[in-house]
Design a protein around this ligand. Structure first.
Ligand SMILES: Cc1ncc(COP(=O)(O)O)c(C=O)c1O
Length: 398
């Protein structure tokens, strides 16, 4: 028998196993409504499905081109242009990947060397830190704080803390707007501040924009940092099909970047997966070229769900923070006095019958996430109504 305690590489040991899989397992075990993992429980658009089925029937069964099926690259570039973000070359500046997840890993592994540093806002999507670890890079964290001061209605960061995170070793900053798990949409002023620091320190921005179509407040428009003056040449913008079109299982994503940065993404992509499922790329091209009102209808459903959920959690005694986008909201459980974040989740799953995630899972400094619980509201109306009916039993401890 081998003598090692663990065959997991040292750089990946700190990450353990995914909290999402574990919570989903507990939700199933206790018959809880799963508001923990962020996947919709309704089907994607017919346009996408029909095009994917047609591609299978037409025999598109072999490896796709490494950088993406040509008309998918073209559709992604055309959407970027139609959104008023400028013209990009679909062949040299768009790379199709297996979900945004792979694009994140490609950007980090393709660009960073061991010892490089990357700045990450916390709470964060867990792929960022795991991807940095795979690259041998070190993360420096900047906190997004819950809105506590008068006049603040969104999670905020301290510009001085951000500035202090830059060192001579900083190569990249990961931005996620709209932001999981807070529902924050970074403002133009915040983006300008981030952009100016990155310009001054010669740092590349990896901008994860998978929730860009799920804007729930018209006065909080999504802005791509790549469109700010000086930023086009130093930004890798990531996106995917999953959130916008309720097709998370298709795992089709992409990276948009100027040719030198696309070269770094492709250097990793060619050995990570080489290419993504061919028929699904055909389906993706069809829906990106012709989305109709699918994103707007989904956003309208999520807006109603958010309001119902926020009201139910407020009635329970939790402090609910505003969510302006994505399909997540965060609430503070501590007013209920039900113990630690982990205790609260156990109570919620086992006694109330609803699953959610404690935000320690999204923080490097776990104490910052301890009071905060993330709920997903990307569900059908009937699922949400059942969750809300159960949440009526959630009360402060006596
Ligand atoms: C911020 C963020 N980025 C990326 C992803 C993963 O995207 P995909 O499913 O396209 O791999 C998620 C999924 O939860 C996410 O929340």
């Amino acid at each position: 028998m081998p003598t090692r305690d663990s065959f997991i590489a040292r750089r990946l040991r700190p990450f353990g196993s995914s909290i999402f899989a574990e919570t989903t397992r507990r939700a199933l075990q206790h018959g809880a409504v799963n508001l923990a993992q962020g996947f919709p429980d309704f089907d994607g658009p017919d346009v996408a499905k029909r095009a994917a089925i047609a591609a299978i029937e037409a025999g598109h069964a072999q490896y796709a081109r490494m950088i993406g099926v040509p008309h998918l690259n073209a559709a992604i570039a055309a959407r970027w242009e139609a959104d008023g973000k400028g013209t990009i070359d679909p062949e040299r500046e768009v790379t199709v990947t297996s979900g945004c997840s792979e694009a994140i890993i490609n950007a980090l592994v393709g660009m960073l060397d061991p010892g490089d540093e990357v700045i990450v806002f916390e709470p964060f999507f867990d792929f960022y830190t795991a991807g940095a670890a795979m690259a041998g890079a070190t993360c420096r964290f900047v906190a997004l704080h819950p809105p506590r001061q008068p006049g603040q209605d969104a999670f905020w960061f301290d510009p001085a803390e951000l500035e202090a995170a830059f060192t001579p070793r900083t190569r990249a900053l990961i931005l996620n707007t709209p932001h999981n798990p807070t529902g924050k949409v970074f403002t133009r002023e915040e983006l300008r501040l981030i952009a100016d620091l990155c310009l001054r320190h010669d740092v590349v921005v990896i901008s994860d924009e998978v929730y860009d179509r799920l804007i729930l407040e018209p006065d909080r428009p999504h802005i791509s940092i790549a469109t700010l003056e000086g930023m086009r040449d130093r930004t890798i913008t990531l996106n995917s099909l999953g959130k916008t079109f309720s097709l998370t299982g298709w795992k089709i994503g992409w990276a948009i970047a100027p040719p030198p940065l696309s070269a770094a993404v492709r250097a990793a992509h060619q050995f990570m997966t080489f290419s993504s499922a061919t028929p699904l790329q055909h389906g993706a091209a069809a829906i990106i070229a012709d989305p109709g009102d699918a994103p707007a209808r989904t956003a309208a459903l999520f807006r109603e769900n958010r309001d119902l959920l926020a009201a139910a959690l407020t009635r329970s005694g939790m402090t609910v923070f505003p969510s302006h986008s994505t399909y997540f909201l965060i609430a503070d459980h501590t007013p209920l006095g039900l113990g630690s974040g982990a205790d609260f989740i156990t109570h919620l799953i086992e006694r109330i019958g609803v699953a959610a995630i404690c935000c320690t899972a999204f923080h490097h400094r776990a104490h910052l996430g301890e009071p905060l619980i993330r709920f997903a509201f990307c569900k059908r109306k009937d699922t949400m109504h059942e969750a809300i009916r159960r949440l009526e039993a959630l009360k402060p401890a006596r």
